[in-house]
Design a protein around this ligand. Structure first.
Ligand code: FE2
Length: 287
């Protein structure tokens, strides 16, 4: 073979090798892109994630999923409009609503739930995760963070506010359900009759305290030394750090009702009591 022929043969082999390389690269990129799209779609579309945790739907092989498999992740709400839970490989995840955002209508509209849960509640979680990152509280359960940050110290106040608000809202969404309200039954009803005189007395007291609570805060049914009580707390404060067992809570911050009821908080509180309270959840908390 002449020198000229040898040179051309080397050039042809080199060109063929480059073409194979490009094909392999493109095939790999397509595979990664498709897997990434599949992973993203599994998290972005709640309809594709039930039942089980979102992490169940991460492809077994492929690139690192956008959300790490985290035991704290919870099933997404069935409502396709429901926000995707806050994701973090090391942080706390915003729990999914136990019902679709529109399920509490007409008493609490989807518009209010979207803002209240999707913005306010989510932001508290995000601020907690940012605050504990790189500290001994990173990776700890939310309840632990609330209790630790409540122990005082000027630098802990901001963390307590956000952690307690996250925890209080968790309880709030579970305290209500579509088709709730009415009168409790069983052992819980007996305890209410014993400690308040009657259900009607309890209802009247709860509505009055929640309506008249000044400014932002929460109104709770708690177990205090084996006795049921109604207590109210201001801002982010919570009975969780005051030696009382929270059983039920209503959020009386304006963001909880203002879009639906404007300044008429009593109508919101009354609707909460008569149509939304999840008494089964309250009874379970009572134990
Ligand atoms: Fe709230």
């Amino acid at each position: 073979m002449s020198n000229e022929s040898s040179r051309k043969a080397r050039e042809l082999r080199s060109a063929a090798s480059a073409a194979r390389g490009r094909r392999n690269f493109l095939a790999g990129a397509l595979s990664v892109g498709a897997a990434s799209a599949l992973a993203r779609s599994a998290f972005a579309d709640p309809l594709k994630t039930a039942p089980g945790t979102a992490a169940d739907h991460v492809p077994a092989r492929g690139p690192t999923p956008p959300i790490a498999a985290d035991k704290k992740l919870v099933p997404l709400a069935a409502d396709p409009k429901a926000p995707v839970p806050t994701e973090s490989a090391s942080g706390l995840a915003l729990p999914a609503l136990p019902y679709p955002q529109s399920a509490l209508e007409p008493y609490i509209t989807a518009n209010t739930v979207s803002l209240h849960y999707g913005k306010h509640h989510r932001t508290y979680y995000e601020k907690v995760n940012a605050a504990v990152q790189g500290t001994p509280l990173s990776g700890k359960p939310l309840e632990h963070i609330v209790k630790e940050s409540a122990k005082g110290g000027k630098d802990r106040q901001k963390l307590f506010n956000n952690a307690a608000q996250a925890w209080n809202h968790d309880l709030y969404w579970q305290s209500i359900k579509p088709g709730g309200g009415g009168e409790p039954s069983g052992e819980l009803r007996k305890r209410i009759d014993k400690d308040f005189g009657s259900y009607d007395a309890w209802k009247s007291q709860f509505i009055t305290i929640a309506t008249e609570h000044f400014s932002n805060g929460w109104v709770w049914l708690v177990l205090d030394k084996n006795k049921l009580k109604i207590v109210d707390t201001h801002d982010a404060d919570t009975p969780l750090v005051r030696g009382r067992k929270p059983l039920l809570v209503i959020d009386v911050w304006e963001h909880a009702y203002y879009l639906d009821y404007k300044n008429v908080r009593k109508d919101y509180v009354t609707a909460f009591v008569e149509h939304l309270i999840n008494w089964d959840f309250v009874a379970k908390n009572l134990g």
